[in-house]
Write a protein that binds this ligand. Structure first.
Ligand code: GUN
Length: 296
């Protein structure tokens, strides 16, 4: 049951990003973070993203708002970031309070600075397989893990469990896109006979957000299993009082899998690495826009 080492593969990606960042000096890619409220997971994710940005030689900034921020205040800040040529990437950390619908907020970000890939424009570009599309970082990280681990994807049956905007839907688009060429089935909470379908997967992507939901009997012998879940479960033996588990019952599934990602240390580090890659691309594009194409 060889493990896919997400930390090692993320480090490879980050090294490549760092080299490209150095090559565009004196321009410094700048990613602007926006966090609303004090959700502990969001605090720790944004900290990690800022620390990694510094490690690859990028600038980052962070604007904090209280949960009570109005839509107008938040939008005014996003408009200012959109208009600021020294800002190349903008990321509003989810989840957001109920009075700020996530799609409205994400769509306020200029598509060329949408390094999260959550705007309607970027999702359309992803569907159209346009080279300038920013793909959402977690599913982009899943594809990078597969390719860099030597997994053959063309013609394979990839089953995605989960249909979220952040992971399931973009993951299915990336898996079916030219160059990856998988045959894709997307399952979700209303799927009938889920196990029947997941057992057909050559590549199983679990992104349902339920701890250890994928059990041993749901996986085919020899499948490649990518666990996107990051769930906190109570654990009195830990100082923090919790530990992280994935959406896959690792102990039961690992013996059947030909390759599997651990949690933590699988997909998680890739999300951050792909954010850095998207920010670098946004910056490269801003300073050296591709020549105008007259193709229709
Ligand atoms: N919340 C959980 N994952 C993500 C992510 O990839 N981007 C943003 N903006 N918020 C998140």
């Amino acid at each position: 049951m060889p493990l896919i080492d997400g930390n090692a593969i993320a480090q490879q990606v980050l090294q490549e990003v760092k080299t490209r960042v150095a090559a565009i000096a004196p321009v410094v890619p700048h990613v602007a973070f926006v966090r609303v409220g004090e959700d502990p997971a969001s605090v720790s994710y944004v900290n990690k993203k800022q620390k990694t940005a510094a490690e690859v030689g990028m600038k980052s900034s962070l604007q904090l708002f209280p949960e009570t921020v109005t839509r107008e205040e938040l939008f005014a800040h996003l408009d200012a970031l959109n208009a600021d040529p020294s800002v190349h990437g903008i990321l509003v950390q989810a989840p957001l309070p109920k009075h700020l619908p996530e799609t409205d907020v994400f769509n306020r970000i200029a598509p060329g600075k949408d390094v999260d890939g959550f705007t309607t424009a970027n999702i359309g570009k992803l569907v159209q397989e346009l080279p300038e599309a920013f793909a959402a970082c977690t599913p982009a990280g899943v594809i990078e893990l597969l390719h860099r681990s030597g997994v053959k994807t063309a013609g394979k049956h990839a089953v995605v469990v989960g249909r979220s905007l952040i992971v399931g839907k973009p993951a299915s688009l990336l898996l079916v896109a030219k160059g990856t060429d998988a045959t894709v089935t997307v399952c979700h909470s209303r799927t009938a006979d889920l196990g029947e379908i997941t057992r057909q997967a050559d590549i199983l992507v679990a992104a349902i957000g339920k701890p250890r939901f994928i059990t041993g009997d749901m996986v085919k012998e020899g499948a490649v299993v990518i666990d996107v879940g990051i769930n906190r479960i109570p654990d009195a033996s830990r100082k923090t009082g919790y530990r992280l588990v994935g959406d896959v019952d690792f102990d039961a599934v690992a013996p059947k899998a030909s390759l599997i990602t651990p949690v933590p240390g699988g997909v998680g580090p890739m999300t951050v690495a792909m954010l850095m890659k998207n920010t670098l691309r946004a910056c490269e594009h801003a300073i050296r826009p591709p020549s105008v194409s007259f193709a229709s």
